[in-house]
Design a protein around this ligand. Structure first.
Ligand code: KIV
Ligand code: NA
Length: 272
């Protein structure tokens, strides 16, 4: 199997919608690889798996560790790893060094970073170093403290102008695709028409060239409230809780382990 490259994703502008999900672990990567075009190791891992309050707690080490798990678990998907807050903002040189570490240590196909005009120099420098970059505009979770919360973007003319400038800057800097998050439908549609690289929406309507969701939200494993834009395709919360409840009851009643789970002196092989 050859992996889907960033160039292949770029070439799908305006075609069959690009299917993306986040993934953070080996088993989930194994399960998703046959069904998606792109797996994003999002810095949302800091919140989703590690229980931090915001994505600002993600570190380069955390992203690399989960990135390695996802590349080990997938063979076909284009794997993109998020650049965490603090790993690229200071300078183009810092951004290139961080991107090189991420790609070198995980084997991922591309990196993603948040921002527009403010990070265009970083995007251009990473692309010039031979590493494909995915942009991310609109709602930017790494800016949640600055923005005073997770706010929908594109509702004021000034905000629309900023989004257009940012999307243009990301495209011009050489990104192969652009995540648009938390943005009203008409603006997502305008941006998608405007730029020549695929837009990947999350809370940005069906007008984008592709869609992405956080895997735990999508399978109903998120314990806290999920945003309006999420559709839960499964209810793993109740699957896990019911399994734990039955296991607890069977251990307490000595129903588990049963005869089939027990080793005997005679007929067993040496391996468990
Ligand atoms: O970190 C993340 O999960 C993301 C996406 C949902 C786009 O950046
Ligand atoms: Na992210």
């Amino acid at each position: 199997v050859t992996r889907i490259s960033a160039e292949t994703i770029r070439a799908r502008k305006g075609g069959v919608p690009i299917v993306c999900l986040t993934a953070y672990t080996y088993p989930i990567a194994r399960l998703l690889d046959d069904h998606v075009d792109l797996l994003l190791v999002g810095d949302s891992v800091a919140m989703v798996l590690h229980g931090h309050k915001t994505t600002l707690s993600a570190s380069l080490e955390m992203m690399i560790s989960h990135g390695q798990a996802v590349t080990r678990g997938s063979a076909k998907a284009c794997v993109v790893v998020d650049m965490p807050a603090g790993s690229y903002e200071n300078s183009a040189a810092q951004a290139v060094a961080s991107a090189r570490r991420i790609v070198g240590e995980t084997g991922c196909q591309a990196v993603k970073l948040e921002g527009g005009v403010d990070v265009a120099g970083q995007i251009a420098a990473i692309v010039a170093a031979g590493i494909p970059v995915m942009g991310h505009v609109g709602l930017q979770p790494q800016s949640v403290e600055k923005d005073g919360g997770y706010k929908i973007k594109g509702r004021t003319p000034e905000n629309v102008a900023t989004l257009i400038r940012d999307a243009d800057a990301v495209e011009k800097a050489g990104a192969f695709s652009l995540v648009i998050e938390g943005t009203i439908e008409s603006v997502a549609a305008d941006l998608t028409r405007r730029i020549a690289i695929p837009t990947i929406g999350i809370g940005a309507s069906g007008q984008c060239d592709g869609q992405i969701l956080v895997i735990d939200d999508m399978i109903g494993l998120t314990v806290d409230r999920v945003p309006k834009f999420v559709k839960e395709y499964a209810d793993l919360r109740s699957v896990v809780a019911n399994a734990a409840k039955r296991y607890a009851a069977e251990v307490r009643s000595r129903t588990f382990p049963g005869p089939s789970h027990v080793f005997s002196a005679s007929s067993d092989k040496d391996n468990v």
